[in-house]
Design a protein around this ligand. Structure first.
Ligand SMILES: NC(=O)c1ccc[n+]([C@@H]2O[C@H](COP(=O)([O-])OP(=O)(O)OC[C@H]3O[C@@H](n4cnc5c(N)ncnc54)[C@H](OP(=O)(O)O)[C@@H]3O)[C@@H](O)[C@H]2O)c1
Length: 510
């Protein structure tokens, strides 16, 4: 008797089956860049290693270097060997490398784009890609419009009933509401919205998707997930490194534009949104749009926001420069390396609950987390000395590192008296599951090839996020003051602490 599940392609329990991409190719613009080397090319190999790419999958690199196909192949090989998550296997690499091509040229070079169009066509004939192509713009933001226009000019942007064309756009998507609208208009003029995949790599992280599982697959959290029980929410993205070597990207951008506008507001949306009617992309995005539309910055900004810049000093036993001493930053740079804002979600569920969002460089530790901090119990039937070390209950979703969830609650201290103190209960992905989480870019690139848009913010979400942040950015720009200096390895400027102590709260020290 033939057992059907002997063939993995036929095994109904094989969860890969519906997730293997169909015939397609991926064009990466900016292949010589940091992102491509460290994240994109390794992610493509990892997908190949996991058997999730189609047989004739092809990868085309586009850059200015005078490379041959083979030189590009070597670059991909080295990037994969150094950064891939899964082990290097010669057989996987050989199969992948057969489909690697390189097109040399710059973004204003019409001939180069014509050659690219020909390469896409040739690959279809040689390898059966079906002409289905995703164009990954891993390039400086000024180049987004010129590349999308070039793709339109040489006929690469148009999908038909049989052939799909998609564009993948990296952050930053604009630097304020007006520029984001302008960019959306340029991109949507060439690609219809369903063909635009804006990357917010946080949404590719297991732990971020787990916010939805935690909330909507369980019964015990949702009843208390509202203003009746929640005191406030803190969303933190802290990094312990500085900005050495990144002045070109970061100067004039700052922490608020770099991560609050995208990653942290998406975390807020997942945390605060209503249950979608289903996990269909449109249903999920509709709820995110609704919650972002209800989110407003709390005023007055001098009291509800803070910004800082790391000073030079000692961190982890090493002397480190301040931002103003980092190469490429002007000596009078007012770019903030720390930003904190207070937001309110103005709907029935969340009215009156502050959402504090903060992000900074050269802080005490690298951590990203969402902490839902609950109100105190309305009555404590203990004498006050028994509970003086009791804090507030909290549910903390650790996005990275040590991915997991921690619950903090009060517990009796062993002994003859009724003393109550905080304890924590911990779920760690590393302990609970044997399989390691895929990298965010693995998930997202596969979703692009599958045409699965759930984890990509739509134009409306991007614009709403800028609408939330713009008034704060304008206030900071008008204030004319420099961001407050903070010591490396600390938890940011004093004004950030004051921002919370005014209401009797304090930041977590993760
Ligand atoms: N690095 C990260 O971790 C990260 C994280 C999130 C988002 N992003 C975003 O991802 C994108 C790429 O970032 P990155 O760090 O990889 O940038 P990068 O290291 O500066 O690389 C930029 C790439 O664009 C190419 N390029 C620039 N001008 C060109 C032109 N006129 N014609 C042809 N190619 C040109 C460069 O090629 P040449 O070698 O020819 O100069 C290079 O490959 C940016 O939008 C960035 O904001 C990056």
């Amino acid at each position: 008797m033939t057992r059907r599940w002997n063939n993995p392609l036929r095994d109904p329990r094989d969860k890969r089956l519906p997730r293997i991409a169909g015939p397609s190719s991926l064009v990466i613009f900016g292949v010589t860049g940091d992102l491509s080397r460290k994240k994109l090319m390794p992610a493509i190999y990892d997908l190949a290693h996991r058997g999730l790419l189609p047989a004739g999958f092809s990868l085309i690199g586009f850059a200015r270097r005078e490379w041959e196909h083979q030189d590009f192949g070597e670059q991909v090989h080295d990037a994969v060997a150094e950064h891939a998550r899964t082990p290097f296997r010669e057989a996987v690499w050989n199969r992948l490398s057969e489909g690697i091509r390189f097109v040399q040229g710059s973004f204003d070079d019409d001939d180069a784009f014509d050659r690219l169009a020909q390469t896409v066509k040739d690959l279809d004939a040689e390898r059966g890609t079906g002409g289905n192509t995703a164009f990954y713009l891993s390039i400086p933001p000024w180049a987004f419009p010129v590349v999308t226009k070039q793709l339109a000019r040489c006929g690469l942007a148009e999908s038909t009933d049989d052939v799909w064309r998609r564009v993948v756009i990296e952050k930053p998507f604009g630097h304020d509401l007006a520029s984001a609208k302008e960019l959306n208009a340029i991109v949507n003029d060439v690609f219809p919205e369903e063909s635009v995949f804006r990357i917010d790599h946080y949404l590719g992280k297991e732990t971020v998707q787990n916010i939805l599982a935690l909330r909507f697959a369980n019964q015990m959290f949702e009843p208390i997930w509202n203003a009746n029980y929640v005191d406030h929410v803190q969303i933190t993205m802290a990094e312990d490194i500085g900005l050495g070597g990144r002045a070109g990207y970061y100067e004039g951008i700052g922490a608020a534009r770099d991560v609050i506008q995208n990653h942290l507001l998406q975390l807020l949306a997942f945390t605060a949104m209503e249950e979608p009617v289903s996990f269909e992309p449109n249903a999920l995005r509709a709820e995110k749009v609704k919650v972002l539309g209800a989110t407003k910055p709390v005023r007055p900004f001098d009291e509800t926001t803070a910004r800082g810049q790391y000073a030079g000093g000692w961190q982890g036993g090493k002397k480190v420069p301040g931002l103003l001493q980092e190469a490429g930053f002007p000596k009078d740079s007012t770019t903030e390396t720390y930003a904190a804002v207070t937001l309110e979600v103005q709907n029935r569920r969340w009215a009156g609950v502050p959402f504090y969002l903060r992000s900074g460089k050269r802080l005490g530790r690298r951590v990203t987390e969402v902490a839902v901090v609950f109100k105190r119990a309305p009555h404590l039937p203990f004498d006050s000395t028994s509970t003086e070390e009791l804090g507030q209950n909290a549910l903390v979703i650790r996005v990275q590192p040590d991915e997991g969830v921690t619950m903090r609650f009060g517990s009796k201290v062993p002994g003859t008296t009724m003393e109550v103190r905080d304890v924590t209960m911990d779920f760690g992905y590393g302990h609970a599951f044997t399989e390691s989480s895929p990298e965010a870019y693995e998930r997202l690139i596969l979703d692009v090839l599958l045409g699965e848009p759930s984890l990509f913010p739509v134009n409306e979400e991007v614009e709403l996020s800028w609408r939330i942040l713009d008034p704060v950015l304008e206030h900071w720009a008008k204030s004319g003051s420099a961001p407050e200096q903070y010591p490396p390895g600390s938890w940011g400027p004093g004004s950030a602490d004051e921002m919370l102590t005014r209401s009797g709260r304090h930041w977590r020290r993760p």
